[in-house]
Design a protein around this ligand. Structure first.
Ligand SMILES: Cc1cc2nc3c(=O)[nH]c(=O)nc-3n(C[C@H](O)[C@H](O)[C@H](O)COP(=O)(O)OP(=O)(O)OC[C@H]3O[C@@H](n4cnc5c(N)ncnc54)[C@H](O)[C@@H]3O)c2cc1C
Length: 546
C-alpha cells in the first residue's frame, strides 16, 4: 500500500463545479471534508475552477449559462472557506461545462503540477470527470467515498458498498501515489474560516484540444426536480423491492396519477432506475409531504432520516417484519408489483370522478366550488408530463380549446371528460355513476330518434339508438337549408355528397361540396348544410357520437 511519503505532490485539489450555485456549494463541502485530512497529512488545499471570464458570445449563443457561478466570485468564496490556493483555468472555450473537455485540461495540469489527491463531488459530472482524468493520468480512483481519513500514513476512503449495507475501506495499491477520489458532499458543515490569506492564480491554457467526432448540438437546463421533491405535498418513494427499472416505473405511474413527486432509496439510484436528485435520506433529500407512500423499502435508518417529517406515511412491503412498518401510519403487507397498479387505477378514477363532479357543477347540476375544473385538468395534464398540445391531440381538440378549458373560460362537453378518461386509461364506467352513464346513453338515443323522425333523414342503421355509429341518407330540397337535429354534437361526422351541390359551413368556414366530394369533421364545431342546386341534394352521413 502506498503511504503519505510516496505521494508525488503535497496538495489536495478539489475540482469546483460552477454549473449552479447548489453544485458549487457541494464543491465547497467536499473541500470541508478534505480539511481534516490535509491537516493530518500536512498537505495544502487548492480549489480548481474551470471556466471563462470572457466567454465567446457567438460560440455559446445556443446555451443558457445564466445559472453558472462566476469564476471570480467563486474564487474569493473558496479562499474565505479555507482554500490556500485557487487555480482559475480561464479560456473562452471552457465556458460550457463539458466533462470530456474539462478532463483533458485537468489531466494536463495534474501531470505538470503533480498534486497528491484530486477530489470531485459525487455527482454524475464529478464521477465522469474523475474517471476520465484518472485514466488519462494513469492514476488510481477511490469511488463514491463518504469520508477520507489517514490511517498508518495511508489515505483511506470510507465507501458504502452493497447498497450501503457495509462501509468498505479503500486505499491505493503500491506504485499508485496519485489518486482521484469522488466524495459524497453531504453530512458536513461548510467551514467558514474567514481567511484572506489564500492565493488566486489564473492559468490560461495555450490551446484546448477538442475531442474528435463530438459536437455539442444543444444544451438544456435540467428541470428543478430536486427542489420539487423537497417541497412536494405528495411523494411516492420506491426501493430495492421493486426489482428493476420496470418495477420502479410503477412508482412513477402512481406519482403521475396523484400529481406527486418520485423519490427513491439508495439502491434504485445506484442501479440507475432513477436520477440521483431523487435520493431521500441521510445523504439525499429530506422530504416533508402531507402524504408519503413508500414501496419496497426496508426502512433503513439512513433512509428514514429523510422521511420523518412526512405527515402520513403509507408503507407497502411484502415482509410483515420489515422495520418500515414501525414508523408507518398505514401499512400494507403485499407485493408492490400487484398493489401499485391497483392503487394507481383507483387514484385515476377518483381524479376523473372529481373532474366529472366539477363539470356537473359547471352545468349547474352539482354543488362543487366554482373554478376548480380548469385547474384540475391542468394538474392532471402536468402530472403526466403532457403539454397542452399533447392533451389537445389526445382529446381530439385544439390547443386553444384546452387552454380555454384550463382557464375556466369554457365549460367543456362531456365528450372531453370521456376522451380525457380514455387518455388516462380509465374506463368511464368505473367513475361515472349509473345515472350519468344512463344520461349519456339517453342523450344519444334521443338524438337518434329525433333524426329518424325527421322527414329528411333516412336511417341506414336501424335500431342503432344505443350504438355510437349511425349512418343516414339526408335529402335537402332545392335551394333550402337543412333543418338539423343539432347544430353541434359530441363526436365526429362524415358527409359524402351523392348528388346535387352542398354549401357546408363549419364554424366560420364555408365549403362548397359537389357530387362525389366529402368532408370529415369534429361535430363539436357548429355546422350547417344548405342545398345550392335546383334539384334535391342527397348526402350520405355517418355519425360517431359519444
Ligand atoms: C453512510 C451511509 C449513508 C446512506 N445513506 C442513504 C440515504 O441517504 N438514503 C438511502 O435510501 N439509503 C442510504 N444508505 C443505504 C441504506 O443503509 C439502505 O441500504 C437502503 O436505504 C436500503 O434501500 P431499500 O430499503 O430500498 O432496500 P432493501 O434494504 O434491500 O429493502 C428492500 C425491501 O423491499 C421489500 N420487498 C422485496 N420485494 C418486494 C415486493 N415485491 N413488494 C414489496 N416489498 C418488497 C423487502 O422485504 C425489503 O424490506 C446509506 C448507507 C450508508 C452506510
Amino acid at each position: 500500500m502506498t503511504s503519505v511519503s510516496d505521494k508525488t505532490g503535497n496538495a489536495i485539489w478539489i475540482v469546483g463545479d460552477l454549473r449552479t450555485q447548489r453544485l458549487w456549494r457541494q464543491s465547497l463541502k467536499v473541500m470541508a471534508k478534505a480539511q481534516p485530512l490535509a491537516a493530518q497529512a500536512q498537505a495544502t488545499i487548492a480549489m480548481l475552477l474551470l471556466g471563462a471570464s470572457e466567454p465567446d458570445e457567438a460560440e455559446n449563443r445556443a446555451v443558457d449559462l445564466s445559472a453558472c457561478v462566476a469564476m471570480d466570485n467563486a474564487a474569493r468564496e473558496a479562499v474565505s472557506h479555507g482554500a490556500q490556493t485557487v487555480y482559475c483555468i480561464d479560456h473562452p472555450q471552457l465556458a460550457i461545462p463539458r466533462t470530456d473537455i474539462y478532463a483533458r485540461v485537468l489531466a494536463d495540469l495534474v501531470q505538470t503540477r503533480k498534486p497528491w489527491l484530486i477530489l470531485t463531488a459525487l455527482t454524475e459530472f464529478g464521477r465522469e470527470t474523475a474517471a476520465f482524468c484518472a485514466q488519462r493520468c494513469r492514476a488510481g480512483l477511490i469511488a463514491d467515498c463518504d469520508e477520507l481519513v489517514l490511517e498508518d500514513q495511508q489515505v483511506v476512503g470510507r465507501c458504502p458498498a452493497w447498497g450501503g449495507q457495509i462501509l468498505a475501506d479503500i486505499t491505493l495499491a503500491p506504485g499508485w501515489p496519485l489518486a482521484f477520489v469522488t466524495v459524497q458532499p453531504h453530512g458536513v458543515a461548510l467551514s467558514d474560516l474567514g481567511s484572506d490569506t489564500g492565493r488566486i492564480e489564473t492559468i490560461v491554457p495555450e490551446r484546448i484540444d477538442f475531442p474528435d467526432g463530438m459536437q455539442l448540438l444543444s444544451c438544456a437546463m435540467e428541470p428543478a426536480a430536486a427542489r420539487r421533491l423537497e417541497e412536494a405535498d405528495t411523494v411516492i418513494a420506491g426501493g430495492a423491492g421493486l426489482g428493476d427499472m420496470r418495477g420502479f416505473g410503477l412508482v412513477r405511474e402512481l406519482a403521475a396519477a396523484l400529481g406527486g413527486e418520485v423519490g427513491a432509496t439508495r439502491p434504485p439510484v445506484m442501479n440507475h432506475w432513477v436520477e440521483e436528485q431523487r435520493l431521500i435520506g441521510q445523504t439525499g433529500k429530506t422530504v416533508r409531504p402531507r402524504l408519503l407512500i413508500t414501496v419496497g423499502t426496508s426502512g433503513a435508518v439512513q433512509y428514514t432520516a429523510g422521511i420523518m417529517e412526512a405527515d402520513t406515511i403509507v408503507a407497502i412491503n411484502r415482509d410483515p417484519a420489515a422495520p418500515i412498518f414501525q414508523i408507518a401510519d398505514i401499512g400494507l403487507v403485499g407485493d408492490g408489483g400487484t398493489l401499485l397498479p391497483l392503487i394507481t387505477q383507483q387514484a385515476k378514477r377518483l381524479a376523473m370522478r372529481r373532474l366529472a363532479d366539477a363539470a356537473c357543477y359547471i352545468d349547474g347540476e352539482g354543488d362543487q366550488p366554482r373554478g376548480g375544473f380548469g385547474t384540475m385538468v391542468r394538474q392532471l395534464r402536468e402530472a403526466r408530463g403532457w403539454s397542452a398540445g399533447e392533451l389537445a391531440r389526445k382529446t381530439g381538440q385544439t390547443p386553444d380549446f384546452v387552454q380555454q378549458v384550463e382557464t375556466d373560460q369554457m365549460s367543456p362537453p362531456v365528450a372531453f371528460i370521456l376522451r380525457m378518461a380514455q387518455a388516462m386509461e380509465v374506463d368511464p364506467g368505473t367513475f361515472l355513476s349509473k345515472k350519468e352513464q344512463a344520461a349519456i346513453r339517453d342523450r344519444r338515443a334521443q338524438a337518434y330518434h329525433q333524426r329518424t323522425q325527421n322527414y329528411s333523414y333516412a336511417t341506414l342503421t336501424p335500431d342503432a339508438e344505443n350504438s355510437h355509429l349511425r349512418a343516414f341518407m339526408v335529402t335537402i330540397e332545392p335551394f333550402l337549408a337543412h333543418k338539423p337535429v343539432a347544430y353541434k354534437h359530441e363526436g365526429e361526422e362524415f358527409i359524402f355528397v351523392m348528388s346535387g351541390e352542398l354549401e357546408f359551413t363549419l364554424g366560420s368556414k364555408v365549403h362548397v361540396l359537389k357530387s362525389g366530394e366529402s368532408i370529415h369533421f369534429n361535430s363539436d364545431v357548429p355546422h350547417k348544410l344548405k342545398n345550392l342546386s335546383s334539384e334535391e341534394t342527397q348526402c350520405f352521413v355517418v355519425l360517431y357520437t359519444i
